[in-house]
Design a protein around this ligand. Structure first.
Ligand code: GAP
Length: 448
């Protein structure tokens, strides 16, 4: 195991606490397909929101786009996916399991030791038929990347947005790949979500923007709490580069199974627009007002996977510690990512406490993602909230009925402060934006 936690512990926490369930579980599951539970869906949404905020909202040179999953089949000819989006596959002659040839160290089947067939190329795109007739003319593909939707809309976007480069188009959406060996939980699946930017630049400026995006994307993970020692950059060797790429860096994370790709940043040169111009017979060159020249822009592409980020953020924030002689597991997720900001916990399920606790819960819900829990002992509920990564627990006790004050407990420092109910929302807001608890250091100060 690399890093600070095993994959088994993460999978078990995800199931136990409602982050991720096996898909179609009551039917025995479907290999490598996963469903995101109440807390998982919040974490996933927060990751996408954080990405969108830095990539689109906070910049004036990137705009958003959402394109369809099913696209004209010629797109995949132009992009090279029909011919080259393939993996060499071998099959075991005894148990008929299939393997990626490049993953095998020896000549035998890793499962049963059987003899393997010679490698043959296997296309990773999912094929289906559009309309009622199942023939070659109606064959279409589920997109294996969102990128092509942005290339084929370049002209549309340029026309309605600023007419100078650099210009970025960003998209978040589902992609599908018929991976031969999916696995490692949500690390490699056949259905996943991409977060991709296609950044169109003037040829000659590409090296500058490539370096810029490698740094920007690396720092994005650090800013959201990933420990620097668990991230590294790896440049692709010439033999490893995708057919469209002039240069490529992977941002790698130290997953429990070792260093592996979290995100790729590629310099795609003018490959994509040139190919689509050729296959569509449309002029996709850009007229540069400043230089008075027409040229095919180069593209820098930072391409990340939502699920891999999800897994990295979970692993990196996982901590086991002993507090007052008792073990606690805590997900120290960044405040903007953590699924639950505030948990409202009455000291016990008592008829005197419940109305006030419910009233406070009702008030906070419109401002924060809030969770109400009144089952089992308060100690167990604190532990449960720690495992979900809930930032603050608000406890209502019998004194609250007299003094109209409640206790806020901070997830990371375990500091507790007592505040008047009428100041609760304001105080939580200030704490969420990093104000420290008087009692002890808070998240923002501890991370620095
Ligand atoms: N448009 C370029 C592109 O798709 P990629 O390196 O194949 O590049 C980019 O994919 C990112 O998408 C990866 O770094 C990874 O985070 C995610 N990804 C790719 N295949 C995946 C899979 N089968 N399951 C989960 N995530 C995947």
């Amino acid at each position: 195991m690399s890093g600070n936690v095993s994959m088994e512990k993460i999978v078990s926490l995800c199931k136990r606490r409602g982050f991720v369930f096996p898909s179609s579980e009551i039917y025995g599951g479907l290999a490598s397909c996963w469903d995101y539970g109440p807390f998982g869906v919040e974490l996933k949404r927060n990751i996408k929101d954080a990405w969108w905020k830095t990539i689109v909202q906070e910049r004036d040179d990137v705009v958003g786009l959402e394109t369809s999953i099913m696209m004209h089949p010629k797109i995949w000819e132009a992009s090279g996916h029909i011919d080259r989006f393939t993996d060499p596959l071998v099959e075991c002659k005894s148990c008929h399991l299939r393997w990626r040839a490049e993953e095998l160290g020896d000549e035998k089947c890793p499962k049963c030791g059987g003899e393997l067939t010679k490698p043959r190329m296997f296309n990773l795109m999912f094929k289906t038929f559009m309309g009622p007739v199942e023939d070659e003319a109606s064959t279409i593909y589920l997109r294996p990347e969102t990128a092509q939707g942005m290339f084929v809309n370049f002209e549309n976007v340029v026309t309605i947005s600023r007419k100078k480069l650099p210009l970025g188009i960003a998209q978040i959406g589902k992609s599908f790949r018929n991976e031969i060996t999916p696995g490692n939980f949500v690390f490699r699946t056949r259905e996943f979500e991409h977060m991709e930017v296609e950044y169109f630049v003037k040829p000659g400026d590409d090296k500058h923007w490539f370096d810029y995006w490698v740094e920007e994307r690396f720092n994005w993970y650090i800013d959201l709490g990933i420990k620097k020692e668990n991230l590294r950059l790896r440049q692709h060797g010439k033999d490893e580069l995708a057919h469209y790429a002039k240069d490529c860096y992977d941002i790698e994370y130290l997953f429990p199974m070792g260093w592996a790709e979290l995100e790729g940043i590629a310099n795609r040169g003018d490959y994509d627009l040139s190919q689509h111009a050729k296959f569509s017979n449309k002029d996709l060159s850009f007229y540069d007002n400043e230089s008075g020249q027409h040229y095919i822009p180069y593209i820098i592409e930072p391409s990340a996977g939502v699920e891999r980020s999800f897994l990295a953020f979970l692993i990196d924030s996982y901590r086991e510690e002993v507090v007052e002689g008792e073990k606690r597991v805590v997900l120290s997720l960044h405040p903007s990512l953590t699924p639950i900001k505030v948990a409202v916990l009455p000291l016990s399920r008592n008829e005197k406490l419940t109305p006030l606790a419910k009233e406070i819960y009702g008030q906070l819900r419109s401002s924060f993602i809030t969770y109400y829990d009144d089952s089992q002992s308060i100690g167990r509920r604190y532990r449960r909230q720690d495992e979900i990564g809930s930032l603050f627990c608000v406890t209502i006790d019998f004194e609250s009925l007299e003094d109209h004050q409640v206790t806020i407990r901070d997830r990371d420092s375990l500091a507790q402060i007592r505040v008047p109910i009428e100041e609760l929302e304001k105080t939580l807001r200030a704490k969420l934006s990093g104000e420290s608890f008087d009692a002890s250091p808070l998240w923002a100060t501890r991370q620095k």
